[in-house]
Design a protein around this ligand. Structure first.
Ligand SMILES: O=C(O)c1ccccc1N[C@@H]1O[C@H](COP(=O)(O)O)[C@@H](O)[C@H]1O
Length: 223
């Protein structure tokens, strides 16, 4: 399984993710998140990430200036859009910034499934997360799972990731029910909100049977 560890902000947790076999590492550029990193910190951390591990920048409804401010400094490989960006904005971001885009979508019930098909036509990857709690200020990273049976038998013609409340104890069941071969998590490897724990990262990667593909390539939908 390919694993993305999101919300990394320290050298020791980057090392735990890379050495444990994470295929993706994520940096959060959303001011309201407890995992927010500065561009300078992200640039320094990115220097410790070997080729072949995809460096993802997480943004929520960013304008082009916000994206440029990060991309000018941090050598990201992929943009994760985790807000209410419409399909046209996904197309625009891909075209303007020249990086693959992974669009996150929240799922609560069957009525949310149609959007996945729509975004699958415009994004390089889709990320299926739980919907945030009503009135919540942060649209992801809440440690909440959705009913994984909603995804049973669903497939899209592009790479996709499962997210939302994943941890070492439930990742295999989640993958079995959904068919996911890629997973993304943040809260499940933290000792406190926003504080990543290297031991929990290693345990998760082991439980998930984390595998990283070989040489990097430049095609869409990395890796
Ligand atoms: O991690 C955050 O702080 C965050 C902020 C805003 C949007 C998304 C965020 N994280 C993403 O949320 C999912 C699920 O996280 P969790 O494992 O349930 O905590 C994951 O895709 C993160 O990339």
């Amino acid at each position: 399984m390919k694993v993305k560890i999101c919300g990394l902000s320290t050298p020791d947790t980057i090392a735990a993710a890379v050495e444990g076999g994470a295929a993706y590492v994520g940096f959060v550029f959303f001011e309201k998140s407890s995992r927010l990193v500065s561009v300078d910190t992200a640039r320094a951390l990115a220097a410790d990430v070997p080729p072949g591990v995809v460096k993802v920048g997480l943004f929520v409804n960013p304008d082009d200036a916000a994206l440029e401010a990060v991309l000018d400094t941090v050598p990201l490989d992929m943009i994760q859009l985790h807000g209410a960006e419409p399909p046209e904005r996904v197309v625009e971001v891909r075209g303007t910034h020249g990086l693959p885009v992974m669009k996150a979508l929240g799922l609560r019930d069957e009525s949310d499934l149609t959007a996945l098909d729509t975004y699958a036509e415009v994004a390089d990857q889709i990320l299926v997360d739980a919907k945030p709690p009503a009135g919540g200020e942060v649209p992801g990273g809440n440690g909440l799972a959705f009913d994984w049976r909603l995804l049973s038998g669903r497939r899209w013609p592009l790479p996709w990731m499962l997210a939302g409340g994943l941890e070492a104890d439930n990742v295999q069941r989640a993958a079995n029910l959904t068919g996911a071969t890629q997973v993304d998590l943040s809260s499940g490897v933290e000792s406190a909100p926003g504080v990543k724990d290297p031991a929990l990262i290693r345990a998760f990667l082991k439980a998930a049977g984390a595998e990283r593909p070989g040489p990097p390539h430049d095609g869409p939908g990395l890796p």
